[in-house]
Design a protein around this ligand. Structure first.
Ligand code: C5P
Length: 305
């Protein structure tokens, strides 16, 4: 994630993400679940633009609109995580927020694609620069974690192993780009509802500090783009619970089971589902086959750095 400058205006592309693997270790005392997941950004982006306010430069405006069809009305005001990120950063720095921020949405919501979290990371990164705050990455990461479990991943950029509640990031800088097809059914899944549906008993023992063998194998599969190992690694511990909440996810899974793809599973808490393909051409062909089945919005994309 980086800011592109044109004169006094800036823009940041905020990517969606896929969970290429997701295990849940336990439910913690604070109600969050301890995770081991591998996330990779994908080239399906929202866009956050900034221009200085007119006149004396003191004004502040934030707007959010959809630029893709088929998306529900985007969250406005305090319901918008990017807006909240801007207010948090201004409060932390002790300055009034200023400038004109325009957020254009392409990433479907309630999908497990991290759109809101990515927007919040983009807002922190951009405002830190254009407001001349220049906090170091570690300080922004603390603010990101307070905004949401996935926000630090987007701030760090690139594929990563994520642990804790998702905020402890180990980058995988050499991850290969994987062609993917993503399907988002019309119905969404609420993240708290998906975790609650797991019905996990609380556990007080701390998970081990070292990577589990399963997570290490999944990370190796991603780094090597090893199709056989990816098909074992691409699992999501939230998938059964999410399928019970949203039967459309199971329909997409069954559609991919009938197709020739190396690996497929749900991302995050759903409802979006993805398949890993062997090439961009293969992804376009699979996307056309899935599109014909009217399962929802279909994107042929790829994981990116
Ligand atoms: O951190 P975030 O605001 O995205 O989390 C939304 C909700 O998802 C939490 O309130 C919690 O119910 C659930 N969650 C969880 N364990 C995680 C991440 C999220 O239980 N690791």
């Amino acid at each position: 994630m980086f800011a592109r400058r044109t004169g006094s205006a800036y823009e940041v592309l905020a990517p969606a993400k896929l969970n290429l693997h997701l295990s849940i270790l336990c439910r913690r005392d604070d109600g969050f679940h301890e995770l081991e997941t591998i996330m990779a950004p994908v080239s399906l982006n929202d866009r956050l633009a900034y221009s200085p306010a007119n006149g004396d430069g003191a004004g502040f405006r934030f707007s959010c609109r959809n630029v893709a069809s088929g998306l529900p009305a985007p969250p406005q005001g305090d319901d918008n995580l990017a807006y909240r990120a801007l207010l948090c950063l201004a409060a932390e720095a002790g300055i009034p927020p200023r400038g004109d921020f325009q957020l254009e949405k392409r990433i479907p919501a309630a999908a497990g694609l991290g759109g809101g979290s990515s927007d919040a990371a983009a807002a922190l990164m951009l405002a830190n620069r254009v407001w001349g705050i220049h906090y170091p990455a570690s300080r922004l990461a603390d603010m990101a974690a307070a905004l949401g479990s996935d926000v630090p991943f987007f701030l760090a950029g690139g594929a990563a192993v994520c642990r804790g509640r998702g905020e402890q990031i180990t980058p995988l800088p050499n991850a290969t780009s994987l062609p993917v097809v993503i399907v988002k059914p019309n119905a969404g899944v609420s993240t708290p509802a998906a975790f609650a549906a797991l019905n996990m008993p609380p556990k007080t023992t701390r998970p081990s500090e070292s990577l589990s063998a399963r997570l290490a194998a999944a990370a190796c599969a991603v780094l090597a783009a090893d199709w056989g190992a990816l098909s074992t690694a691409a699992t999501n511990a939230l998938q059964n619970a999410a399928e019970r909440l949203c039967p459309a996810i199971a329909r997409i899974r069954r559609a991919f089971e009938r197709l020739d793809v190396p690996a497929h599973c749900m991302t995050g808490s759903g409802s979006a589902y993805f398949a890993i393909c062997r090439s961009a051409r293969h992804a376009r062909r699979i996307a056309a086959l899935v599109r014909a089945q009217n399962l929802g919005m279909v994107f042929a994309s790829a994981t990116c750095r």
